[in-house]
Design a binder for this molecule. Structure first.
Ligand code: NAP
Length: 292
């Protein structure tokens, strides 16, 4: 069984980016603006690691914080400032947002040329049509991981569980695209899917992105399948240092005995998501400085 180690793969990508930065002839470095509304624990952690990763590789980053009570108008104003700031290449608004803010309106307010999370309808439309675009960071990170470990995908049957706009849907598009590490026959499953176990048993590749801890069990997985676990759920555990443990959507202990390759949680897709975001930010910078 091959462990699809996100630390290894993301470090390789970060090293490449770091070298690209060293070779830049421009004093101005790629600049990511991350906007965080409120102080949700998980969101704080994600944003902090994105900002830290920028620093590690020589990108500039700005963290813009707004209180949970901030209005939609205030957030739109911050986005507008970033859109018009020539020093900023990429903008990300950490999701989820407080309930009183319309997420779709916020996503659509970001200038598509700075949409490094790849959630804007323009980015998604371009992805569907196979045009160059910012690919949503998590599916992009998974594709980079498949590339890094040279996982064969052509002609394989991939089953994606989950159809969200940020993970499942774009993942299914990428895996079915005529690209390197694509060319799969894809089945996309969701909460209304019947016979999910039977469908999963036909899969050469399973991408679990539903947010149900340990949902994918060994009896759902074919011998030799490649299993990608996107799920991140915090489970309270008084014996853990932080008071909780992170669980994926896959029963790693038992599934790993059958899989030919599998991602761990933590230490898998989460780290690749950051790698995807950094690659998008570099691309946004290159597009804007016309060096790409
Ligand atoms: P989401 O928006 O809640 O979507 C979950 C999807 O799973 C929905 O399409 C839902 O179906 C489907 N689903 C739920 N229960 C199901 C069931 N019993 N059988 C089949 N399908 C079912 O979640 P998300 O934003 O895509 O995130 C999914 C998980 O990935 C979460 O744990 C999240 O924390 C994690 N995540 C991780 C990363 C990372 O970097 N590793 C990044 C993003 C998200 P319906 O559409 O029918 O409701």
């Amino acid at each position: 069984m091959l462990l699809l180690d996100g630390k290894l793969a993301s470090q390789a990508i970060k090293s490449e980016l770091k070298q690209q930065i060293i070779n830049l002839k421009n004093d101005r470095k790629p600049h990511l603006a991350a906007i965080l509304v409120g102080n949700d624990g998980a969101s704080e952690t994600y944003v902090a690691s994105k900002v830290k990763s920028c620093e590690e590789i020589g990108f500039q980053s700005t963290l813009i914080r707004l209180p949970h009570s901030a209005s939609e108008v205030e957030l739109l104003q911050k986005i507008d400032n970033c859109n018009h700031n020539p020093e900023i290449d990429g903008i990300l608004v950490q999701l989820p947002l407080p309930k009183h803010i319309n997420e779709q309106k916020i996503i659509e307010a970001i200038d598509p040329s700075k949409d490094v999370d790849g959630f804007h309808p323009v980015s998604v439309g371009r992805l569907v049509q196979g045009l160059s675009t910012f690919i949503p960071a998590t599916p992009y990170g998974i594709m980079l991981m498949l590339e890094h470990f040279n996982i064969e995908t052509k002609g394989k049957h991939a089953v994606v569980i989950g159809r969200s706009n940020i993970v499942g849907r774009p993942m299914s598009i990428l895996l079915s695209s005529n690209v390197s590490k694509g060319n799969c026959t894809v089945t996309i499953c969701h909460s209304a899917t019947k016979n999910l176990k039977e469908i999963c048993l036909q899969a050469d590749i399973i991408v679990a992105a539903l947010g149900r801890p340990l949902f994918v069990t060994a009896d759902m997985v074919k011998e030799g399948a490649v299993v990608i676990d996107v799920g991140i759920t915090r489970i309270e555990d008084a014996s853990a240092k932080k008071g909780y443990r992170i669980k994926g959507d896959v029963d790693f202990e038992n599934v790993s005995a059958k899989a030919s390759a599998i991602t761990p949680v933590p230490g898998g897709v989460g780290l690749m998501t950051i790698a995807g975001l950094l690659k998008n930010t570099m691309q946004a910078y290159l597009n804007r400085t016309q060096q790409g």
